[in-house]
Design a protein around this ligand. Sequence first.
Ligand code: KOT
Length: 805
Amino acid sequence: MDVNQFKERYVKKFEEMYAFDYKEGSIREQFLTLGYLIKNMYAPEWRQTSDTYLENKSKQVFYFSMEFLPGTMLKSNLLNLGLLDTVSDGLKELGLNLDEVATGEMDPALGNGGLGRLAACFMDSIASNGLAGHGNGIRYQYGLFKQKFIDGNQIELPENWLRNGNVWEVRRENKAVTVRFGGHVTLDEDENGVKRPEYHNTMNILAVPYDTAQVGYDNGVVNNLRLWSAEIPYGEEYLYPTDEARDQVKQITEYLYPDDSNYEGRMLRLKQEYFFSSAGVQSIIRYYKKMDLDWSFFPDKIAMHINDTHPTLVIPELMRILMDEEGLSWEQAWEITKKTVSYTNHTILQEALERWPVDMIAQLLPRIYQIIVEINRRHIEKKIPLYGEDLTYRTAIIDHGQIQMANLAIIGSHSINGVAKLHTDILMNQTLHDFYLMYPNKFNNKTNGVTMRRWVQISNPGLTALLDDVIGTKWKKAPNELVVLKAFANDKDVLKRLDEVKLNNKKKFAKYVQEEMGITIDPTAIFDVQIKRLHAYKRQLLNVLHILDRYSFIKENPNTDIPKRVFIFGAKAAPSYHYAKQIIKLINEVANMINNDDSINDLIKVVFVENYGVSLAELIIPAADISEQISLAGKEASGTSNMKLMANGALTLATMDGATVEIHDYVGKDYIYIFGMTNDEVQTLNENRTYHSRHLYETNPRINKVLNMLVDGSIPNTEEIGQDIFDSLVKYNDEYYLLQDFDSYIEAHKRADTDFKDRMKWNKKALMNIANAGPFSADYTIHRYADEIWKMKPGEENILLQPEA
Ligand code: KOT
């Protein structure tokens, strides 16, 4: 399609949809027109891809995830279809602007953070690698809450992302399935003496799928993301005579639980988990039957991957269907299930581990409960002779009246992986050591990755153009080609152009900050960025302590020549996470105090953006100079903002945690600022029980001064929270060792200040980060999942990926 053809089709489509001249269209109408037009364009390939998979009986992977955080899809679809320039130019000739039209799209916040965004990056890479793979999740009617700050406090508002409809989705009523809850089940013998379950008094929910195309990059592949919505089954409306009864059904897919890395054992959450697991498995089984193959081939044609333990009920659900509905024996069903399912663990935080009370599962899912009990019984019976009672009972699925979902996920699958080398090591050697002894071959690492299409090509067109010009365009299909950029590490011209790209991105963000927040920031300052969920272990508070330290230093040394800094935060706190909300209030009050203090010559500004999410990330990341990855070593399983920021030329200032360890190993120590305890040092400190934060407070003058600011009235409007936060650090012994790492953190920032003053030195470091970001492309991560876990080969049309260096 050329520019003229596009213009013609756009104008025609607009008139068909709205019956007036396109020039009078609102942004929303312009967006919808373009959206439907693009959907029309990929529809044939979408259908074709699915037909081909069925015809070829290709192996397919289904990625089960409670969360998908895709971001807006207009530009990503255009990019992957190869139409970005055509459409942009065409709109321009029509007097429109693609960037403006793009603002008409809602950003679907169907996830909390890293886990949901990873699922979205994976969908993009699966399609772009030419692999047959699909997502399976929940179509929440409301996404993650919209965050507002009122007097510096976080307020949550509903995120009604579907208010104006959703162009990309297709409701597929004819593919709906029924999911049963509650009631009771009896096992009756049939004429052959085989026990068959009979269900009584169940509540039947209709699961209706909404499909969204996942367009591959320049390869003609269009996969599917299937999100399920709960409805009353047709003809059963009379069973739900009251609003309350009808609400119970609607509720199942109404809200996303807003907690990241935290578990609350709520019945509704359990319903959500079974609802989309069961619906997904049922639709896969229905599909498999179309292939007309023996059940024993099932694992050769289908892989089911579970993103953390939230979809673990896939395991007993698959067992249930194979046995109860398809008549397989326990042994046959168990072999198939284990070979089909694989599991990713995303966190070792105890508070995030899912454990469901036995009563809850027995009541809500009586048949599933029976199957779990039997899986557990057989596991124990089989393993005691091999591993003894102690170890075996430690791996039991049912313990203290609770179902341990991670244990079920490991026992019922053939693969468990962590999300970065350090994280996988901790799983094998500590958290899941008993399982590692039992099943060493199930354990493997798959370091996370991010899609460079969204995080470089779409969000940073300036950098993309520079790269294309300097190293050619190969990196777009083979991200390791970015290493070629190293040859230009001392090229003054390239470094200068890189500097200009960064400055432009910073100006763009500065404009946003000026317009939306009324804060003036200097684009030549260091933009120091920490963007992630607010959580004590991620230590946003350590960042604040540094800001306060720097602030008091400047107050005492107003003529200092340190470079200007803008500290940028983006973070949502779970609504029930009191401490995290106190930190938000503190950051906002510190920002107010500093931004309004004329005596510091604008040497510091603090910007806490409201409602951080994918769209804001796309604006902030290209503008970042420093990437703050400062979790206590051992706590952040991987992190993924670290990878996006690196690829955009930010320098990482970090502890040796998660995937940042691997970033350090690739980029080299001269191009990263590492500080703080290592995981081993943290372990030793834990074991020795010799940590006394109060001692540090009393003996370290710098720490003393900063902590006193929290309680002596220095920061307006923080009396209560200041004291609580102070107490967490001093009275309750500083659980995340902020004070232990404080001095080395300050030192790391000093090194960054010094380096930034030498522009060419800094730009070289930025360049080295971009050049070493290739290995963190999700394309490679997905390649390894496909090869080592799912046992899949990419389609022929797309063997363009280069093996990793
Ligand atoms: C756990 C429970 C509910 C919702 C989210 C989680 C969760 C999120 N567990 N781990 N994560 C993060 O996953 C990312 C992707 O692997 C990691 O980069 C990050 O370190 C985890 O904290």
